[in-house]
Design a protein around this ligand. Structure first.
Ligand code: 3HC
Ligand code: NAI
Length: 700
């Protein structure tokens, strides 16, 4: 722990330095100390002005999220902000790093703001299911007007120092050393106040309220855009910003407080907090504690298809040298075109500058001969999902890679240990399972083989982090964590399909649950042929007693592979990406039910959601019990970041605790009795019940 807040007087200016590593979160002890330091500066005769700054890498990034959900401790952040604003001596706030949430609110409570040119300022509370709760909704629009304030609070995205200056959020950008400039400025302001001026308080500012019509228009537009929003915080944010124009400051603060408390206590906020900490917990794996990652500067990518091209693009953006291997010139040209398209899109969207792209492309070496990989530190294989093809590639990599280089595979389902066995160095083999589109999706499953060296696992984690990804540790099994749960999800959906629900009802129910797309929309998008090929591959080893739904096979036999063939579960007219329900599909399903002697029954949206969720939870519990996933939180992160599970629901394992393991188990057991083994409760659930524990107790 740092010193929380240090006090130093320099040339008549009290310099209060917030010091609470790593991110200067505003915990209770720090708030107490800052409160005292402000009072001391006010009473200190040697002081005529105050500077608030921070030590370390950043100005405070907000309230201490770990305190949420616990009894509040005085002084509360709003009280602290009010105290700062009420100071009689001018307060200058010097901002570096990222001033977020309560951190920015402290800055707004100060009288004047100066920032480093690289600073970023934001109000990300909405991402945690809450709203700024220390005056942010009232002070921000007084300075910036409604539109920029709403944009910050509703998107949660920080703005640059330059943008903050333009919208009136800060007054100056430091040209030289931030603290020195802040002190010099504070001294001038102190003299002015001694000569009779009053410090400028955000609560008294009107610049942002100067055009009430524009202000109310912005409110109306955002309110309209939020219609149907499932989260409690965004509409409350709009209400509070509206109040900033219409009611006195104190009333606005009271409204903000009430809305903040209400949102903080919501299920959605609890789920979003869980997601926040879960995403950080997954980075903590035993291998990283025990082994040093190996150096990775040069990387090989084998296969420049959909995934290989995306992976190469991400690696180039992260500053790596990439050698890209394809099987022939034509495939290589097609792969390069994919990479160029991704770059062009990035430039179009303002995510990269043309000269950056040129610099990245200069680090790319496209080849058709695997021998070129002799110097790479790690090679990722992304060729067809075919065991023979992959074994051949692995044997080749084994031959050309230098000792100590790592052999990684992007396989979605195949057995990493079997691939490792195709090499003379199974300890250097690991799975790096990216998600499509690889340049966008944050998740990477790091699939640790039975013989993967700990340093290889540590390297995979370090590399994924360097690529800006969230790595989750998975063990070897068919589908690892995510695709295994997806399989259970699809299976239960198929059972309902055969038993009476339409694909459109199932998709609508799961959208209503919070997924952006239902399972059949996703299947149409990914292409039905891939899963079909997999089912054919697994057919021989399938337990004949297991329930098998043939509807997807029948669609494939009819040439309906999804969007790419213009028809799947939906029909896509004229190349449209929005499918329309198709009576032919319903007829096909009806005929199949008749053939099997199934009398269709209705499914309510709630039943569809419940069955899908229970299937995911039960499979998740099996995965945990088998040690495939380290912790329940790891499963949640996979589902949130890789499969579109609604973040504000926290993930399937978080949902399981919310339902309660007792009723959950009872329901699974009943279904197992009535409908068969698919529903048999995972042994882990029974163990936890016997010990009176919850899943979350396994998160450590
Ligand atoms: N409270 C408590 N701990 C926090 C925290 C916070 N607000 N923000 C980050 N941390 C912790 C992380 O959990 C992590 O801890 P760990 O090392 O034990 O896992 C450590 O700080 C470092 O964080 P990251 O690994 O995320 O570091 P990065 O450099 O990648 O990112 C960041 C830094 C951009 C600040 C990112 O952590 C972040 O976005 N934090 C959340 C910021 C936020 O949401 N602030 C608003 C809080 S709500 C609020 O202020 C309410 C007010 O309006 C009343
Ligand atoms: P793809 O078919 O688009 O690309 C495969 C590429 O590999 C082709 O360009 C092909 O020419 C090339 N290739 C084949 N044999 C080769 C060889 N011996 N040497 C060099 N190049 C060779 O396939 P896609 O979708 O990119 O999938 C690749 C891998 O990624 C598969 O293992 C797949 O399971 C996995 N994956 C796919 C995801 C997806 O959504 N498509 C998601 C996550 C993983």
């Amino acid at each position: 722990m740092g010193k929380l807040v240090t006090y130093e007087v320099r040339e008549g200016v009290a310099v209060l330095t917030i010091d609470n590593p790593p991110v200067n979160a505003l915990g209770a002890a720090l708030r107490r100390k800052l409160m005292r330091r402000i009072a001391r500066a006010e009473g200190d005769e040697a002081v005529r002005a105050t500077v608030i700054r921070a030590a370390g890498r950043t100005f405070p990034v907000g309230a201490d999220v770990r305190e949420f959900g616990q009894p509040p401790k005085a002084p509360l952040l709003p009280e602290l902000c009010d105290r700062i604003e009420a100071a009689q001596k001018p307060v200058v706030v010097a901002i570096h790093g990222t001033a977020l949430g309560g951190g920015l609110e402290i800055a707004l409570a100060g009288h004047y703001r100066i920032a480093d040119s690289g600073a970023r300022l934001g109000l990300p509370e909405v991402l945690l299911g809450i709203l700024p709760g220390a005056g942010g909704t009232q002070r921000t629009p007084r300075l910036t007007g409604a539109d920029p304030a709403l944009e910050m609070m509703l998107s949660g995205r920080p703005v640059s120092a330059q943008r903050a200056l333009e919208i009136g959020l800060i007054d100056r950008i430091a040209e030289g050393e931030l603290t020195e400039e802040a002190i010099a400025w504070a001294r001038e302001l102190g003299e002015a106040v001694e000569a009779g001026a009053t410090p400028r308080r955000s609560r008294d500012q009107r610049a942002g309220l100067a055009d009430p019509d524009a202000y109310l228009r912005a409110i109306a537009e955002r309110r309209k855009a939020l219609q149907g929003s499932r989260l409690p915080a965004p509409p409350r944010i709009v209400d509070c910003v509206e109040a900033a124009l219409l009611v006195p400051f104190e009333t606005g603060l009271a409204m903000e407080r009430a809305a903040f408390e209400e949102c903080l206590a919501s299920d959605e906020a609890a789920a979003l907090r869980h997601a926040f900490f879960a995403e950080r917990l997954v980075a903590k794996v035993p291998e990283l504690a025990r082994a040093e990652p190996r150096e990775v500067a040069r990387l090989g990518v084998v296969g420049a298809g959909l995934m290989g091209a995306g992976i190469a693009t991400v690696c180039l953006a992260a500053g790596l040298e990439v050698t890209l291997v394809e099987r022939d010139e034509a495939a290589l040209a097609a792969g390069l075109e994919r990479i160029e398209k991704l770059h062009a899109r990035a430039v179009e969207k303002g995510r990269a500058r043309p000269e950056q792209v040129a610099e990245r492309m200069a680090r790319l070496r496209p080849v058709t001969d695997m021998e070129a990989l002799g110097e790479v530190d790690l090679a990722i294989e992304a060729v067809f999902e075919d065991e023979q093809a992959k074994r051949a590639v692995f044997a080749g990599l084994d031959r050309v890679l230098r000792p100590g280089a790592i052999l990684a595979t992007n396989t979605s389902y195949l057995d990493i240990d079997a691939l490792a066995a195709a090499t003379s160095r199974p300890e250097d083999v690991i799975g790096l399972h990216f998600f499509s589109p690889a340049h966008v999706m944050k998740l990477v499953e790091v699939v640790v083989g039975a013989r993967s060296d700990e340093a290889v696992t540590a390297t995979a984690f370090a590399l994924a982090r360097r690529l800006g990804k969230v790595p989750v540790r998975a063990g070897v099994c068919d589908g690892f964590i995510g695709n295994r749960i997806l399989t259970a999800y699809r299976q239960v959906a198929d059972f309902m399909l055969e038993d009476g629900a339409s694909p459109y009802e199932i998709d609508a129910a799961m959208r209503d649950y919070g997924f952006a797309l239902g399972p059949y929309q996703v299947a149409d998008m990914a292409g039905l042929d891939i899963a079909w090929a997999r089912r054919k591959r697994l057919a021989a080893s399938r337990d004949p007693a297991e329930r098998y739904v043939r509807i997807a096979d029948l669609l494939c036999e009819a040439g309906r592979f999804g969007q790419k063939t213009g028809a799947g579960y939906y029909r896509y007219e004229g190349g449209s990406r929005h499918g329309a329900p198709d009576p032919e599909v319903l007829a096909l399903i009806d005929a199949e039910r008749a053939e099997r002697g199934i009398r269709p029954r209705p499914f309510s949206p709630e039943e569809i959601q419940r069955r899908c969720l229970e299937a995911m939870i039960n499979e998740g519990a099996r995965i945990l019990g088998e040690g495939i996933a380290l912790r329940p939180a790891d499963i949640d992160v996979v589902m949130l970041l890789g499969y579109g599970f609604p973040r504000w629901r926290g993930g399937p394992m978080f949902e399981a605790d919310r339902i309660g393991l007792l009723p959950l188990h009872a329901e699974l057991a009943r279904r197992a009795r009535e409908e068969g083994d698919f529903w048999r409760p995972a042994p882990l659930l029974e163990e936890l019940l016997a010990d009176g524990r919850r899943l979350r107790d396994l998160n450590g």
